[in-house]
Design a protein around this ligand. Sequence first.
Ligand code: NAD
Length: 467
Amino acid sequence: MNQYKLLIGGQLVDGASTMDVINPATGKVCAQSPRGSVDQANAAVAAAKTAFPAWSTTPVEERRGALVRLAEAMEANIEKLAEQLTTEQGKPLADARVEIGGAAAFIRYFASLDSLSKVIEDTDVRRVEQHRRPLGVVAAIIPWNFPILLLCGKLGPALLTGNTMVAKPAPTTPLTTLLLAEIINGILPPGVFNVVTDANDLGGVLTAHPDVRKVSFTGSTATGKKVMASAADTVKRITLELGGNDAAIVLDDVDPKESAAAIFGGAFANNGQVCLAIKRLYVHESIYDEMVGELVKHANAAVVGNGLEEGIQIGPLQNKMQFDKVRGLVDEARKSGKIVAGGQVDDGGGYFIRPTIVRDVTDGDRIVDEEQFGPILPVIKYSDPEDALKRANASTFGLGGSVWGKDAKRAGGYAARLETGTAWVNKHMDITPNVPFGGAKQSGMGVEFSEEGLAEFTQIQVINIAK
Ligand code: NAD
């Protein structure tokens, strides 16, 4: 049995108290996690601040090397980390392996990037250089859907550019992050990377802390607004990756048989608990019935169960709160529309809901207007693509969106008019570390990944030299 510890200043330490972690496949406690206190959060920030001067002036080649060793350590421990992730998060083991392997790949990608500094002008009168300086202590606040991938998408660029970090996982998924901290401790100098856990009570401590210079936050829009308000007092840099209610628009020239599998995957990956999953599907009336029929086949064929068992495609919802929320939406969808697949809720302890397809719903229904963040997809009929586009854009969210059509040029024309950070054509949810990712409107601020994301962990400093 693993002894989970916080990581503060290079020391693995007990939490001030402990808290239960639930396995969502059983609804039972699977382990005790340390729970950090306000003092421990402050100690982690102090450790990161102490480590900053040396780390930020360490040659970038050494920082790069440390990140590569970190990725190697993750890859060497992929089975252990993946099993832990499935146990606390619920996703099938195969998906957990993809998350850990993907997280290591994200770190490797950032480790490969060059300095963003450049010479703007070098003339007889002056030499002007633009540098990218690290900011200082970064607080990384993570949700429960991709605990390790989202952490590493922040850790890689933050540490490469010379910042130090205090990471805080979500209260329902702390264990894999603690296990990772134990595995990689020693690769980085003490205090460069710290982990504290909480019961939803230390995020605000970090975002208000005067020694935290940047908050890289992924989570809900409601919490993102609190982060923004809290950061104002000390003018912290913030990157916010928030909620979404991604629309996919299926044009009339689509063959439902050909596209249904990809659409189903775009909606139900990670049990629908993805910020940029398809959460509203607009289908042209001429192919509506056929598309619904194809989606129903996929939903009925999906193998749902405990992710630690072989062959499982979809695990449980991650936590009781989310389970109850999605259950409520299923009940409501029974009244506002017609459930044609799924809808069954397993009350046997685990948080299972079968992939659910709802037809004959429309804008104004809660299941269409709200981010469900779970395995239930509303399919909405439209007759005019201009109208579908208008409805897709009539949301306070603007994370991702997609348009599907045989004529990719026509589909691309509509995609370009989606008010979203990412618009895909004939696919949904293609995310790689070299492509910037961010939300429009209330889905976020700033971007992550790519060189643009790397730049967000730095401050421009201009050196302007007279000649
Ligand atoms: P959440 O906002 O409840 O929690 C996210 C994190 O914020 C947790 O670590 C939590 O402990 C912490 N937190 C809570 N109160 C805080 C406060 N006052 N100040 C600072 N931090 C605080 O979100 P969740 O329920 O864990 O995750 C689901 C949400 O995250 C969904 O809305 C989803 O769309 C969104 N999400 C967005 C992205 C993205 O990249 N855009 C990715 C994944 C999830």
